[in-house]
Design a protein around this ligand. Structure first.
Ligand SMILES: *Cc1c(COP(=O)(O)O)cnc(C)c1O
Length: 336
């Protein structure tokens, strides 16, 4: 099967965001694909190949209502001829969340709305019992994570070719863990000493640490490597998944000046952490791994339903943002 994405993705220095003695570089995984890029493409290379090898015709996955992973699975899954189903859970409402949901529906996703993450496993299990192939949250199974082991080796080749210096740290958003864990294993496999810092963007942090650590161990064992170096930074999470932060907003402004678009849920928080490493002179060379698709949403929204045509129980999953202590009210809203 030909690769889904375009590799290697470019690396660039960001002089305007560097400091004396601390250089910031970016790995442009926003450009993995022309229609929908970002970090889900590399994982789906492996996940879709596995689904096909097992004779699956239908996929089921799970994510928040504006999940990039659900959109990527829908787009690439449909392209590969699969039917695609997803169990969708609430998240704070933004324009981007609504666009992603509209694109999902326009591409033919079959959605199953549930009220909370707690209700998701039973809904997913029901679809799996009906024969769907399970694509885990974020595509972060050991199979999907292999895509980022490859990406780590890809970066090591770019270092060897002189495209960038060996990074002291690589900073990347950590949602379900596959990207950060795969990179740590890929770097170690290729002999880089680069430490991966996964920026926690979801809660609870201990569950993310567990998931990422588990994936790093399984993939290290499979690849026969030792010394994968992965840590997690929880300082940039703020009120939780999908909630904006002041540091993220500042990083968004600075990124715009450097010609990069970031999102509030993942990449603004990861870039804020990378900027901290630069400003605190905690590393001579910092690599920020950009995981957000930079492809325009227009083509994905062609044929998508307008917001007013989206069934109410789906639209209600995009919650009007409120402080996390108001969870019960948020839950009630999702029911109305
Ligand atoms: C899904 C996603 C992530 C998180 O990657 P994981 O492998 O799930 O940790 C980071 N950034 C963006 C933009 C994403 O869509």
């Amino acid at each position: 099967m030909p690769p889904l994405g375009h590799y290697p993705t470019p690396v660039q220095r960001l002089p305007s965001l560097s400091a004396p003695g601390a250089e910031l570089w970016v790995k442009r995984d926003d450009r993995t694909h022309d229609v929908y890029g970002g970090n889900k493409v590399r994982k789906l290379e492996y996940v879709l190949a596995d689904a096909r090898a097992r004779g699956a015709r239908r996929l089921v996955t799970v994510g928040a209502v504006g999940s990039h992973h659900v959109l990527a699975t829908t787009y690439f899954g449909r392209q590969a001829g699969f039917e695609v189903e997803a169990v969708l859970v609430p998240q704070p409402r933004t324009d981007h969340v609504i666009e992603v949901l509209r694109a999902d529906l326009g591409l033919g996703l079959r959605p199953f709305a549930v009220r909370s993450w707690g209700a998701a496993p039973a809904a997913v299990a029901a679809r799996v019992l009906r024969g769907a192939y399970l694509v885990t949250v974020g595509g972060s199974s050991a199979v999907g994570t292999q895509g980022y082991v490859d990406a780590g080796k890809e970066l090591a080749a770019q270092v060897r070719q002189g495209a960038l210096p060996e990074p002291d740290v690589c900073v990347v958003a950590l949602g379900s863990g596959g990207t950060a864990a795969g990179l740590a294993v890929g770097f170690a496999a290729a002999g880089l000493r680069t430490r991966v810092v996964g920026v926690c963007v979801s809660s609870p942090p201990w569950a993310l640490r567990l998931a990422a650590g588990h994936l790093a161990r399984v993939c290290s064992r499979r690849a026969g490597v030792r010394g994968a170096h992965l840590t997690m930074d929880t300082r940039f999470l703020g009120a939780g998944y999908g909630h904006v932060t002041a540091a993220g907003d500042e990083a968004t402004e600075l990124a715009r000046g450097a010609g990069l678009a970031v999102d509030p849920t993942y990449t603004a928080k990861a870039l804020a952490c990378a900027l901290w490493f630069v400003r605190a002179r905690q590393a001579g060379s910092v690599l920020y791994w950009h995981t957000l698709s930079s492809a325009p949403m227009g083509p994905l929204l062609r044929g998508a339903p307008e917001e007013s045509m989206i069934p109410r129980e789906l639209l209600a999953l995009a919650l009007v943002a409120r402080p996390p202590h108001d969870r019960r009210q948020a839950r009630r809203m999702a029911l109305t």
